[in-house]
Structure formats: C-alpha cells, structure tokens
Design a protein around this ligand. Structure first.
Ligand SMILES: [Zn+2]
Length: 511
C-alpha cells in the first residue's frame, strides 16, 4: 500500500488512484526567463523519482508539465535585452529541456506551452465569468476569491485573516487594488499594453494570468479530478490555492486528490539567494558534477525535508555512488570466477536480495522515502560484502551473486541512477567486459597498451605494456576495484607470469 503525504489534509493517506492501475500527475513547470537553479532542479528530480517509482510499481503514469512562456518576467527580460519575448522564451525553454536531460530527468508525457493553449484558457475564464466566479474590468478579468467558499483550505489559511499579500500590477504599471472588488481577487486575464505579446479575447487584447494556465492544462490533458498535483512548497500559496479555486469553481468537482510539495534547498545551511551570492544554476553544477552524484545527494534527504547542498555533501555522495559501483563490478566478477567447490552462499545471498526488495519497497511506499530506500541498499551491500569476503565461491553461487549485483542496479535505476560498471579512466575494466577469458583479457590489455603479440615484439614495447598493466592494477587497487586488480593478476598467471609485490613496487616475473 502506497501512502502519500497530502498537503491539503496535512496527513499521509493511502494512495487510491481515480482509475485503478493509472496515475495522472501534474507538476508545475518553469517560467522560461532564466536558467533553472539547483532549488528548481530538486523539485523536478524529486517528482521524476516519484514518477519512476510509480511506474516500477506497475502504474501507467501520465505526467503533464507546462511551460510558462508568456509572463511579466519574460517580457521584462526581453525589453532589457532588446529582443522579443518569444525569443527569450524559446531560448530558455530549450535550455530547460537540455538541463533536464543532462540531469537525467525524463521528459513529461505532455509538455503544453502557455502560448499554444490560449483558447483553452480563454474558454475557462469565460466559464468562470458565466458562473459568477469572475468579472471583467477594462480588459482585465479577476477571480472573485470570496465566491469560492473553500479558498484557503489547501494552504491552511483563513480568508478573513488574509492580507492581500500578492499585490499585482497592471501591464501599464498601475496598481490593481482600486480596480478589484476585493483585494484578495487575482488576475485571470491581463489587458496588454502596445508592443507586448497579446491575444484577442472577449475582453480585448491581452494575455493570460499565470495561475489559469495550470487549471486549463490539467483539465484538458488529465481530466478532473486527477491523482497527484506537485510542485515546490513555495508554490502552495498563492499559486496552487488559486489553481484549485479556479478549477473547482469552474468544474464543480475536486481538482486533484493528492497535493504534494517538495521541500526547499539550502546552500551550506543558508537560504539560497542572489543577494547572498550563493545562487547556483543546475547547468553550472553539472559541468563539474556527475548527474548521478547530484541525484544521490538529493535522494539522501526526504523530498519534503529541507535539503542542504554543499561541496562536502557532493563528495560524500560521490563516494557513496562509487561504493555501489565497486560492489556491482566486484560481485559480477566474483560470479564469473568461482574460487571453491561449494558453500551455502547462494541461499544466504538470495534471502538478502528478497529482504532488500521488501525493505526498498516498504520505504518508497511510505511517502517515497528515498533516504530509507538508499539505506536499505547500502545495508545490503555491506551484508553481501561480509558474506563474500572470506567465502569460497562455487559455480553454484554464480546466479545468486549476479542477482545481488542486478538487484542493486535495478533498484538504483528505479531511483533514476544508473550504476556504471568501471569506466574509461580504468581501461582494463572495458577490456575485462569484452574478454571471454583472463588470457584473452591480457592480450587485449597488451594491445591497448601498444603491444602487438606475434609479429616480432619490440622489447621496449613489451616493457611498456608490462608497466601499463602494473599501473592499471595499482589504480584499480587504489579505487578498491579488486575485481579488476585480481583479473590482471589472474590473467598474468594464465599466460605464465606472476606479479611480485616488493618494497620497491610491483613487478612482473616469470611464474
Ligand atoms: Zn501551476
């Protein structure tokens, strides 16, 4: 049973989808006037992980995420840079999609853009006017907050105690307060001033307000009610409160059944802000950081909790990821290379694999507790390592060991992290994967190191090849990649050489 913490009821509730086996999910997308920062990235990575998990649990997920490509901020930026708003929006939409791909976030099933859904929004605004929930004033249209009796229920606010905190400006810079019937009312449609992007509407040339976008798009692509509405905690009020009011007032039905909000991100325990000079863009971080390491850092904190981002935590996450990679590489190697005639390893490892899948699922079912799920994986790695450390591995254990490695790969993949078996910096690992036997691996390794066996080998090339092998082994050991280090040793044995470790360093001698 999956439980989801629902912001509206302020409790964890059993997840019951509207349609059995299917999940409709809407996560508010970016306003494209800038590159996204690491705090935005956290929200998108969290919901990507949730979507992947629900899919793994057998649900057919429909994931919708809008792109706000017309907005005051885009228009301001365009004016500053002497470009059109459409050019600015196009540049940052492309950049957003590229950043999401770089971060390993899957594309939504549907990615509607505000500028391509103007009619859908106009129809919804008209519907709200027809039902007495909205009114037009000189080309603007406002939602009458007090006409919807449940306003404030999502963000746990009382309308009568609410200040009109969200003062809005008209396109011409005039305050709206005197135009609205109630200070709490918010804009559904804004009259445009000349030169700004605008569309024809029953109320004159204008453009949609931000909140109406998500109401229009979720109804169009998911139907109401849909299952999960997500976003960062900063969107809960007023954005989500307003979306909900518009949708429920227009369609007389529940908008979303579960409201999920991701926690905020801090840098070195401080709020991230431009004024503090600690404002980090996702793309800058990914220039020097493996996206899998970034995701590992993020998933070690529950999605609703505040997350602390720092270089030290990145380093820890890189080490944690490497531990998993080494486990998979070594365990797969062990499975290919029996060292004894029989043990009770197989049944013990299989039991651990079953327990791992159970506790992983239990954590993730509990409001997507990724930190607990990762904890289960690291416990498992520790326990299997202990079992295999001194065991005589027999051929009969091979399947269990392969299953153990694959379980880690599969579950990490559910979390959006693909585990790489050792890579380019250690050429022998690639060789190892391609070779069918240790001896063949040695030949490939020597070829890699510039030695071509057979046709009158130059002694200096042989020397270089031997040195390269010793280097590769030393690097593998330093990285605790014992599978590769052992493979080099065993491969040499097979072709009649052995490695001798001396106080002056290792050397290769005839066996
Ligand atoms: Zn939204």
């Amino acid at each position: 049973m999956i439980k989801i913490y629902d912001t509206k009821t302020r409790s964890k509730r059993e997840f019951v989808p509207v349609e059995p086996g299917k999940v409709g999910m809407y996560v508010c997308g970016p306003t494209v006037y800038n590159y996204i920062h690491i705090g935005n990235a956290r929200t998108f990575i969290s919901f990507d992980t949730i979507r992947r998990y629900l899919t793994w649990r057998g649900f057919e997920v429909t994931f919708v995420q809008n792109v706000t490509d017309v907005d005051d901020k885009i228009i301001t930026k365009a004016a500053e840079e002497d470009r059109t708003a459409a050019e600015v929006a196009k540049e940052y939409t492309d950049a957003f999609i590229a950043d999401m791909h770089a971060a390993g976030v899957q594309d939504p099933d549907i990615r509607p853009k505000a500028t391509e859904e103007i009619d859908t929004m106009i129809n919804l605004v008209q519907k709200l006017i027809d039902k007495g929930h909205a009114y037009a004033v000189d080309g603007d249209v406002y939602f009458a907050v007090r006409s919807y009796s449940d306003y404030g229920a999502l963000s746990n606010r009382n309308v009568d105690e609410m200040e009109s905190g969200h003062r809005e400006l008209r396109a011409d810079g005039q305050g709206l307060e005197d135009r609205k019937r109630d200070p709490l009312d918010f804009a559904l449609w804004k009259a445009a001033k000349p030169g700004e992007p605008s569309w024809e509407s029953p109320w004159g040339q204008g453009r949609p307000g931000w909140h109406i976008e998500c109401s229009a798009m979720s109804e169009k692509y998911l139907k109401l009610p849909f299952d999960i509405h997500g976003g960062g905690a900063d969107l809960c009020f007023p954005h989500h409160e307003n979306e909900r009011a518009q949708s429920e007032a227009a369609f007389d039905t529940t908008f979303a059944n579960y409201w999920m909000h991701g926690g905020m991100l801090q840098i070195n325990s401080e709020k991230m802000s431009k004024s503090l000079g600690n404002f980090l863009l996702l793309r800058d971080i990914l220039e020097t950081t493996d996206p899998a390491v970034l995701r590992m850092l993020m998933l070690q904190t529950h999605y609703r909790s505040p997350l602390d981002f720092s270089d030290a935590r990145l380093k820890e996450s890189a080490a944690a990821l490497e531990r998993l990679e080494n486990f998979v590489t070594n365990t797969l190697w062990l499975a290919k290379k029996p060292t004894g005639d029989g043990s009770d390893l197989a049944s013990k490892v299989e039991t651990l694999v079953d327990q791992l899948k159970e506790s992983f699922t239990e954590s993730m079912d509990d409001d997507f507790n990724t930190a607990g799920a990762l904890g289960a994986i690291f416990n498992f790695v520790g326990e299997v390592n202990t079992l295999t450390a001194d065991a005589q591995v027999s051929a009969a254990d091979a399947k269990a060991l392969t299953d153990a490695a694959q379980a880690v790969v599969e579950l990490m993949d559910v979390l959006g992290i693909s585990i790489e078996v050792k890579d380019a910096t250690d050429a022998t690992a690639t060789v190892l994967d391609d070779a069918e036997s240790a001896a063949e691996m040695m030949v490939l390794a020597m070829e890699f190191a510039g030695f071509s066996p057979g046709d009158g080998a130059d002694p200096s090339t042989v020397k270089a090849a031997m040195a390269a092998l010793l280097d590769a082994r030393a690097n593998a050991r330093a990285a605790k990649n014992y599978a590769v280090a052992d493979a080099i040793r065993d491969g040499l044995n097979e072709i009649g050489f052995r490695i001798e470790d001396t106080p002056q360093g290792a050397r290769i001698v005839k066996a």
